[in-house]
Design a protein around this ligand. Structure first.
Ligand code: GCO
Length: 263
């Protein structure tokens, strides 16, 4: 009898911020692998439309409004989700923002907001989900990192600081929770075609050409390109994988790149 190590049937997966883009693609991947999907957003606006889209694609999906940086709301929402949908077996900390401003011109509140949502948010949500995972004997936590967990780039200092910190928070969670059979890992997307990158992915925009040239795969990523890594890190297949960031980047981190006039 063959065991499908990637089967997520019967599992409940919470994917924060999964109302579009990478979060929605990963949630759909887990849903197609058998999981029940729970998505959150900090407002009901796009949440209902997202849940409707999941259901329209035949998935078992639920939506909950809460702010990942509000610890009281997070604790209450996790308890509500576990009572109404079921124990959370898989958590993907995907909710995040970016602000593109040179350090010299960046206001402290803007810097702090990016750190709060992109780094403190995953800390808060993981802390409260892990409490019940520990009681139940295990679970999976995936933190969505970035190229900026490894590389600097003009204008995205707060985002890079948060994503660099998130890589180390991932290793710390793995260090503290692996003994409870909780596997904590990260996914580091390269440059993907999403609303977040739309401003720098416009035809003729120098960064657009730069990324296509800088990426050995010579293209921007499609959100669906993340589904394999998300299912792997959510499933039995990764039961002894802990504290690692899987970079899904078309080869960016593997190479120094090449001059734009070189084929
Ligand atoms: C940017 C991009 C990046 C990507 C991604 C790369 O302005 O450089 O928005 O931040 O979204 O995080 O891994």
């Amino acid at each position: 009898m063959s065991i499908n190590l990637f089967d997520l049937t019967g599992k409940v997966a919470l994917v924060t911020g999964a109302v579009h883009g990478l979060g929605m693609a990963m949630a759909k991947g887990l849903g197609n692998a058998g999981a029940t999907i729970v998505v959150n957003n900090n407002s009901a606006d796009s949440l209902d439309a997202a849940v409707a889209e999941y259901k329209a694609s035949g998935l078992n999906a639920y939506g909950y409004v809460f702010d990942v940086t509000d610890e009281k709301a997070v604790a209450e929402s996790i308890a509500k989700i576990e009572a109404e949908v079921g124990p959370i077996d898989i958590l993907i900390n995907n909710a995040g923002i970016i602000k593109r401003t040179p350090i010299i011109d960046m206001e402290v509140p803007d810097f702090e907001l990016v750190i709060k949502i992109d780094l403190v948010g995953p800390f808060i949500v993981s802390k409260h989900v892990a409490k019940s995972m520990i009681k139940r004997g295990g679970g999976k936590i995936i933190n969505i990192c970035s190229m900026m967990s490894e590389l600097g780039r003009d204008s995205v200092s707060a985002y890079a600081a948060a994503k660099g910190g998130l890589k180390m928070l991932t290793r710390s969670m793995a260090t503290e929770w692996a003994k409870y059979n909780i596997q904590t890992n990260g996914i580091g997307p390269g440059y993907f075609a999403t609303s977040q990158t739309a401003p720098i992915r416009v035809d003729g925009h120098p960064f657009n050409e730069f990324i296509i040239n800088r990426t050995p795969a010579a293209r921007w990523g499609d959100p669906e390109d993340l589904q394999g890594a998300a299912i792997f890190l959510s499933s039995k297949a990764s039961d002894f994988v802990n504290g690692h960031v899987v970079y899904v980047d078309g080869g960016i981190l593997a190479t120094i790149g090449k001059p734009s006039n070189e084929n």
